[in-house]
Design a protein around this ligand. Structure first.
Ligand code: GLN
Length: 245
């Protein structure tokens, strides 16, 4: 079996090790004898997601987001078709914000691709720290690190999860929700990178992508996640001890 991953704008959107999510997907496939091809998409490239199984887009500063925004808008229709057809997509922070309708930065409106019904606006101060959420996509709590000035408000779509009492701000620091889960798209504020400490989230994405390509009947061996789970538990403990970073 094989999977094809499109990594959008790796040089511009790679805050807090987001590119590690690609390495994690590659390794967890390699350990299962699934071959992976990663296609970086750079500014100016013509995009074609016909043979793409997973799209990944990381986070970036407001400046970098503004640079890629025009590029994403040029690929808007392809992205919309891909998402509506059930394509798997993981977007982190700045990339997550750009999937929505727009990002209001003071009196400047940065247009998003609008493939998901959400919008973001810059608030007072930044929402920074470790975060733990509970999500229906996996049993283990999802842990990560957030650092964003934008506050995201969901429209007609479901959050990825709920911020736990252990801590974190999530989408906007008000409604207690984090991220978005729309069709096979996951958007989240969680950096870290996200997937190495949350192997169940990684496997959720891989399994969804494999079943799209190969149907529901394929071998997906369990891996020994002792180290990954220890990292997850370590984060949980730090949160419970109220350690911010
Ligand atoms: N620039 C965005 C914000 O501050 C996203 C930052 C990020 O990707 N961490 O809200």
């Amino acid at each position: 079996m094989e999977l094809c991953i499109a990594h959008l704008f790796p040089e511009l959107l790679n805050l807090y090790g987001d590119g590690g999510n690609i390495i994690c997907m590659q390794k967890r496939c390699e350990w299962r004898d699934i071959s992976v091809q990663v296609n970086p998409v750079h500014c100016g490239d013509k995009v074609d997601f016909t043979h793409t199984d997973i799209i990944f887009v990381g986070g970036g500063t407001d400046r970098e987001q503004k640079i890629v925004c025009g590029e994403l808008l040029a690929a808007k229709q392809q992205l919309r078709d891909y998402v509506e057809a059930g394509g798997v997509l993981l977007a982190v922070c700045g990339g997550y914000q750009l999937l929505g309708h727009n990002y209001l930065l003071g009196n400047e409106l940065v247009e998003g691709v609008g493939v998901i019904d959400l919008k973001t606006e810059r608030g007072e101060g930044r929402l920074i720290g470790n975060v733990m959420i509970e999500s229906a996509i996996c049993e283990m709590p999802i842990v990560g690190y957030e650092n964003h000035g934008g506050r995201t408000y969901l429209g007609d779509c479901e959050p990825l999860g709920k911020v736990t009492s252990a801590g974190g701000y999530g989408n906007n620091g008000q409604d207690g929700y984090e991220g978005v889960h729309y069709k096979n798209v996951i958007g989240t504020y969680l950096h870290g990178p996200l997937l190495p400490k949350n192997p169940q989230v990684c496997d959720y994405l891989l399994k969804t992508a494999l079943s799209r390509r190969y149907g529901s009947d394929f071998a997906f061996p369990e891996l020994d996640d002792t180290v990954e789970n220890e990292a997850n538990l370590y984060m949980q403990e730090r949160l419970r001890d109220n350690v911010v970073n």
